[in-house]
Design a protein around this ligand. Structure first.
Ligand code: NI
Length: 155
């Protein structure tokens, strides 16, 4: 396993669309494992493959310590409610903004065994689903931030 380099805003790769994963290969498994190490090292709650320069539809989320959620080809199939909370991104260090997100989100994705599953999240998890899936389409949270928040204002 390895710690991968997380690319930042200046890198145009972040604006590209990631390709679907058709088959779980040893390479995809290694990507998932390396992304997990990388996310833990960076103390992030989410990481999309594009952020380590790999244009595949692969996302990791960990809003609860030790419980890593792996999503391959994730799609939002249901969204409801609304939340306006502060968001950040490992690729945009020191940037924070209030975003407009649904409060409750259901995703459908594939796991590392090739099984399709559905998962519903509320609050932070719903936000993370939206944020990470946006990455797969080249979008950053600053695109739909209602307002940016200065880092010094955060406790
Ligand atoms: Ni991000």
């Amino acid at each position: 396993m390895a710690i991968l380099n997380i690319i930042t805003e200046e890198d145009p790769t972040l604006r590209k669309t990631s390709r679907r994963v058709d088959e779980i290969t040893p390479r995809i498994i290694r990507l998932l494992d390396d992304m997990r190490d990388t996310m833990h090292k960076a103390q992030g709650v989410g990481l999309a493959a594009v952020q380590v320069g790999v244009l595949r539809r692969v996302v990791l989320i960990e809003v609860e310590e030790g419980k890593t959620i792996e999503l391959i080809n994730p799609e939002i199939i249901e969204a409801s409610g609304k939340q306006n909370e502060i968001e950040g991104c490992l690729s945009l260090p020191h940037k924070w903004g209030v975003t407009d997100r649904p409060m409750k989100v259901t995703v459908r994705a594939m796991d590392r065994n090739g099984e399709i599953f559905e998962m519903t999240g509320e609050g932070l998890l719903a936000r993370a689903f939206c944020h990470e899936i946006d990455h797969l389409d080249g979008k950053l949270f600053t695109d739909n931030a209602i307002e940016m928040v200065d880092e010094s204002e955060l406790s």
